[in-house]
Design a protein around this ligand. Structure first.
Ligand code: PGA
Length: 250
């Protein structure tokens, strides 16, 4: 069984107003002229999901959310359910990004519940794992990410589309990246953990790398063994930079 088509996703985090949609349209137009072998997604703040989905309708760029609640609806002020994201036009959702694990104390169990809710709503969850710098320096990185895989991927994902994103915390927003050898070693360990956890289903899902991916380092990272795409933060806010990263895979 081969690995699914590569996936390159931009995470706009809490950046972007209506005029930022022009950046998304630039990417969509360029891909209409010259398609990529990767699937491409953008995850804007929730306020822009519906407008972006309308602006990109008919293009190859798919739209996603950055988080969803584990319940379908309820008295949860400020939260958004996966069903609501899908209703707004989202096809993907980022789950348990480290900024949510760290800022809001999200656990592996919560990640698994959210990923299941996403898949039940027909969204493709991108489940994030990653170690801290202290964990990497003390030689515990592989043990940490393996245990995050076992705790964060629900059985429900078997046979359904999803992706894993390896995002070392110390590489996010810092301009530091692991070496390509470290990325390959970690992705190989993650693949093994996914297969142990989900069997055949764990063989197919792409493993994205995330953390300071930019137009300069994208080629080397995206062509490394077991790297099935990228989750891109800052560099996805400018259409030109995001496009340069997408082009690096072809
Ligand atoms: P960055 O963020 O590309 O700005 O480092 C990556 C991420 O948080 O997904």
């Amino acid at each position: 069984m081969s690995v699914d088509q590569p996936l390159i996703v931009g995470n706009w985090k809490m950046y972007g107003l209506a005029d930022s949609l022009a950046e998304a349209c630039k990417v969509a137009h360029a891909l209409a002229d010259r398609p990529s072998r990767a699937r491409v997604g953008l995850c804007p703040p929730a306020t822009l999901i519906e407008r972006m989905a309308r602006a990109l309708a008919g293009s190859v760029v798919i739209v996603g959310g950055q988080d969803n609640h584990m319940e379908e609806d309820g008295a949860f002020t400020g939260d958004i359910s996966a069903t609501m994201l899908a209703d707004a036009g989202a096809k993907l959702v980022i789950i348990a990004h480290s900024e949510r694990r760290v800022c809001y104390g999200e656990s592996d169990a919560l990640a698994a519940a959210k990923a299941q809710a996403a898949a039940m709503a027909g969204l493709e969850p991108i489940v994030c794992v990653g170690e801290t710098l202290v964990e990497r320096q003390s030689g515990r990185a592989l043990e940490v990410v393996r245990s995050q895989v076992f705790g964060s991927l629900p059985d429900y994902l078997k046979g359904r589309p999803f992706a894993l994103a390896y995002e070392p915390l110390w590489a996010i927003g810092t301009d530091m990246t692991p070496t390509v050898d470290e990325i390959v070693q970690t992705h190989t360990a993650l693949r093994q953990a996914m297969v142990e956890r989900l069997g055949e289903a764990g063989k197919r899902a792409p493993i994205l790398y995330g953390g300071s991916v930019n137009p300069k380092n994208a080629h080397e990272i995206l062509h490394a063994h077991e790297v099935g795409g990228a989750l891109v933060g800052r560099a996805s806010l400018r259409g030109e930079d995001f496009l340069a990263i997408i082009r690096a895979i072809d």
